[in-house]
Design a protein around this ligand. Structure first.
Ligand code: NAD
Ligand code: MG
Length: 352
């Protein structure tokens, strides 16, 4: 371990691990069942396989990914059979179907086995409870599967998280770190966290900033310009299209790098008006959203929504698709088609 960063109030100490901290002996003689062959599943399975780990992919018999996984040189069977064979089971089916899949595979778990996750929702919110003689850990790359695979193939790796929820064997953390190494994570850096921290920060981030906050900000900006008589095309470019340029700058060099690159006028305007737009009331709203994540209100709502067949989700999705910014956006994006081809993700196995 070569880096230690500390939270301001010292409540958490974050360890970052690299290749020299991991010991492949904790995984090299084991069989890993990777359940699911979607975004994360194909990347984990192929990286583990290329790292010399014995991998078996678990899929439904009618899965359209079955042939793909076999074409990729992997052994494929059903989730229950794969689990019965394996020492480590990595759950990479969608979060909403994991509880049902777990029920089917539970009889195949033996004392000292490990159940692993790439997201802690079902463990943290008690939708899956794993027998106490089985380890429960996490190895979660901080990127979509096609990047996890591409980074590994290029000799690098995608940063990843590890966490231990249940440590029956006393080797849970060493094994999770060896797994993270085998998928390429330690080449970039592996951050140790907890299931609670991963789940709550992930849900908060996607709701408040990444998915919810940003789309709301974009729509409000677009509507403000259009309602005041500006051309929707102009509003689209200013409030949506150019966001990518700003985010790229922040991603590469932080907020400072972005301020440095924009004009002084943009910098002064942003510095003086930003907090007027996203003001204290927005901060209070964020506290409320975080509370609903922490006390399980959001999780309960989403679980019930799924059990009811997703009525609200379906309606909200449709409503969003009908927004003027979407109608105006499609033909405008076609103008940029030449640019998109370069950034198209590498081939990802079809979902089914
Ligand atoms: P995905 O939707 O891309 O793939 C799911 C796979 O599961 C598919 O191969 C599908 O065929 C299979 N599947 C669906 N239902 C099944 C069933 N009943 N039985 C067996 N197989 C079934 O999912 P994903 O995005 O790779 O997510 C997997 C896990 O990884 C989730 O826990 C998710 O939160 C986590 N995660 C995803 C990302 C990401 O960027 N996609 C990043 C980090 C963590
Ligand atoms: Mg996420």
């Amino acid at each position: 371990m070569t880096d230690t960063t500390q939270n301001a109030d010292d409540a958490f100490t974050t360890n970052i691990y690299y290749g020299e901290d991991a010991d492949a002996a904790y995984i090299e003689d084991k069989t890993v069942a990777v359940l699911g062959y979607g975004s994360q599943g194909h990347a984990h399975a192929l990286n583990l396989h290329d790292s010399g780990v014995d991998v078996v992919v678990g899929l439904r018999e009618d899965s359209s990914s079955w042939a793909q996984a076999e074409d990729d040189g992997l052994r494929v069977t059903t989730p229950d059979t794969a689990t019965a064979e394996a020492d480590i089971v990595m759950m990479l089916v969608p979060d909403t179907v994991q509880p049902a899949v777990f029920e089917a595979i539970e009889p195949g778990l033996e004392a000292g086995n490990t159940v692993m996750f790439a997201h802690g929702f079902n463990i943290h919110y008690n939708q899956i409870s794993v027998p106490e003689n089985v380890d429960v850990t996490m190895a979660a790359p901080k990127g979509p599967g096609h990047i996890v695979r591409r980074d590994y193939e290029n000799g690098g790796g995608t940063p990843a998280l590890i966490a231990v929820y249940q440590d029956y064997t006393g080797e849970a953390k060493d094994e999770a770190l060896a797994y993270a190494q085998a998928i390429g994570g330690t080449r970039a850096g592996v951050v140790e966290t907890t299931f609670r921290e991963e789940v709550e920060s992930d849900l908060f981030g996607e709701q408040a900033v990444l998915c919810g906050g940003v789309t709301a900000l974009v729509k409000h900006g677009f509507e403000t310009l259009v309602d005041n008589g500006y051309a929707p095309e102009m509003a689209y470019f200013e409030c949506l299209n150019e966001l990518k340029l700003i985010v790229d700058l922040m991603y590469e060099d932080g907020l400072g790098g972005m301020w440095y690159s924009v004009s002084d006028t943009a910098e002064y305007g942003g510095l003086t008006r930003g907090d007027e737009i996203v003001d204290e009331t927005v901060r209070e709203n964020m506290e409320e959203v975080l509370e609903e994540v922490q006390d399980g209100t959001f999780a309960r709502e989403w679980i019930n929504e799924n059990q009811a067949g997703r009525p609200a989700y379906t309606q909200l999705k449709r409503h969003d698709e009908e927004h003027e910014i979407e109608e105006i956006g499609a033909p405008l994006r076609d103008l940029f088609e030449w640019e998109e081809e370069e950034t198209e993700p590498a081939e990802v196995p079809a979902d089914d």
